[in-house]
Design a protein around this ligand. Structure first.
Ligand SMILES: Nc1ncnc2c1ncn2[C@@H]1O[C@H](COP(=O)(O)OP(=O)(O)OP(=O)(O)O)[C@@H](O)[C@H]1O
Ligand SMILES: C[C@H](N)[C@H](N)CCCCCC(=O)O
Ligand SMILES: [Mg+2]
Length: 210
């Protein structure tokens, strides 16, 4: 099986799902969101499914689908469940395709009382793409995330930035020592067509990390 690509971010709401849809479409990969916390207005998996145009992508069902829009270590016990990284690794979808896995929130979000998203990335031995927003404040958030990944010797493919309120991408790539893979401009319309356009733009760079 190919090494999974794990999409993490500098926090929640930075654009991981949007980037996951673009990356998944670009390399016609499979997509898996093992822990979905909060799903009143749809899920990340449904969003990705709606945005994909190719016929090869398979969206694998979530393992933990939790109602509370909160950190997974709080959302799971709220409905009598316990998340473990071991269970997620054991239930990794079997596929011959490249698998894209989307985390929940950022790197140090707890899954339970002992484990975080970082624990999961290590147990999966995944290659990481970090999503960050190109906005004021994001140098600090990005470099804190990068520092932890470097310290833990994680295999990092590089950065993808969403929006373009600032142009911090080269600064962050330079200071972190991780590659800039691409930038997704602000999309005033999010549709299959605009996702496809971004997927094509990122394709050469994404091919180079596989
Ligand atoms: N480049 C962009 N253009 C337009 N909207 C964007 C862009 N990037 C992100 N967004 C919007 O920002 C919001 C948050 O993005 P998204 O849901 O992808 O975040 P996330 O990191 O996956 O959050 P979560 O931690 O809940 O999984 C969404 O409404 C998304 O459409
Ligand atoms: C509810 C949200 N959209 C995500 N699914 C979970 C985000 C957890 C963030 C925890 C935190 O960093 O405070
Ligand atoms: Mg998401």
């Amino acid at each position: 099986m190919l090494k999974p690509i794990f999409i993490t971010g500098t926090g929640t709401d930075v654009g991981k799902t949007l980037v996951s849809a673009i990356v998944t479409e670009s390399i016609e990969a499979d997509y898996w969101k093992p822990v979905q916390a909060g799903y009143t207005d749809g899920t990340d998996s449904l969003f990705v499914e709606k945005m994909i145009s190719n016929q090869y992508t398979k969206i694998h069902p979530e393992l933990y689908k939790l109602k509370l829009p909160a950190s997974p270590h709080l959302a799971a016990p709220a409905e009598g469940k316990e998340i473990t990284a071991r269970e997620i690794v054991a239930r990794l979808p079997v596929t011959s395709n490249q698998l894209i896995i989307e985390g929940a929130g950022g790197l140090l979000v707890p899954l339970n009382q002992q484990e975080t998203i970082l624990t999961l990335i290590k147990k999966l031995n995944a290659k990481v793409i970090i999503v960050s927003r190109n906005e004021l404040g994001s140098i600090n958030h990005s470099l804190l995330t990068a520092a932890v990944l470097s310290h833990e010797k994680i295999d990092v493919a590089g950065w993808i930035f969403t929006d373009e309120y600032m142009h911090y991408e080269n600064e962050i790539a330079h200071w972190s020592g991780f590659r800039l893979l691409g930038r997704v401009k602000h999309l005033s319309v999010i549709s299959k067509e605009t996702i496809k356009e971004q997927a094509l733009k990122l394709h050469p760079m994404l091919k180079s990390i596989l």
